[in-house]
Ligand binder design. Structure first.
Ligand SMILES: Nc1ncnc2c1ncn2[C@@H]1O[C@H](COP(=O)(O)OP(=O)(O)OP(=O)(O)O)[C@@H](O)[C@H]1O
Length: 217
């Protein structure tokens, strides 16, 4: 269970979150929707440690985490970025291995075995030696998902996962996310793509609806 408690976040004098609370239960798939500028990406950046919170608490299974300052906590929420952010000079397998081997110091042989299993699950076994530029947008996104999963995160978060995809690829991602949900994975989807949300039908919270600063969810 991931909990955000009384989170405050401002950029200069622009308050984005004021005493914001959110609980994501284990195995839940949560959609976060809202207009541009509402603070959706900022929320993901705070829980993945890319952005500090001003005050408040992040708790994972009841234990406080500080992903911004503590590298080990940063890996607890995996994130799939909208532009995938794959390393262009590394092949698919190396992109998936870089987190476990260099950040988590997992034994390379064990990490390779786990990465190959993930690539097979995601239909990428034949592309392990390809470079990102040789892959379609949908395939690159699946590599980004494999890379995030390789760190065995407690929560997998997606930032606008359909923004670079056509409708057929979007339907594939929706199926993938629904499959992960059936496996009991905890997922957080930031999007403004409502037809995509309709395909997945997760619990949905809307940010930025009534008020400038987000106060609760
Ligand atoms: N590093 C930053 N410095 C200053 N302001 C920022 C910074 N990051 C985000 N903001 C501002 O915070 C607000 C929320 O931004 P955020 O990217 O979280 O919104 P969003 O809901 O994800 O929007 P979009 O749907 O367009 O991606 C915006 O007004 C944005 O300009």
């Amino acid at each position: 269970m991931l909990e955000l408690k009384n989170i405050n976040k401002a950029f200069g004098n622009r308050v984005i979150y004021r005493n914001f609370n959110l609980t994501i239960q284990d195995g839940d798939t949560l959609g976060i929707v809202g207009p541009s500028g509402a603070g959706k990406t900022t929320l993901l950046r705070m829980i993945t440690g890319l952005e500090p919170i001003d005050s408040g608490e992040l708790l994972l299974n009841g234990t406080p985490i500080d992903p911004f300052r503590n590298r080990a906590d940063a890996g607890k929420v995996g994130v799939v970025f909208q532009d995938f952010q794959l390393f262009p000079h590394l092949d698919v397998l190396a992109n998936v291995l870089i987190g476990p081997v260099y950040a988590q110091h997992t034994d390379r042989a064990a990490a390779t075995q786990a990465a190959e299993k993930l690539l097979t699950q995601l239909g990428l076994a034949d592309h392990a030696r390809d470079y990102p530029y040789q892959l379609s947008g949908g395939q690159q996104q699946r590599v980004a998902i494999a890379r995030a999963l390789a760190l065995q995160p407690a929560v997998l978060a997606y930032d606008e996962p359909t923004s670079a995809l056509d409708p057929a690829m979007t339907a594939d991602v929706a199926q993938l996310i629904k499959g992960f949900a059936r496996q009991g994975m905890t997922q957080l989807i930031v999007t403004h793509d409502m037809p995509f949300i309709d395909q997945i039908q997760p619990r949905v919270i809307t940010v930025g609806r009534d008020d400038d600063a987000q106060v609760s969810a």
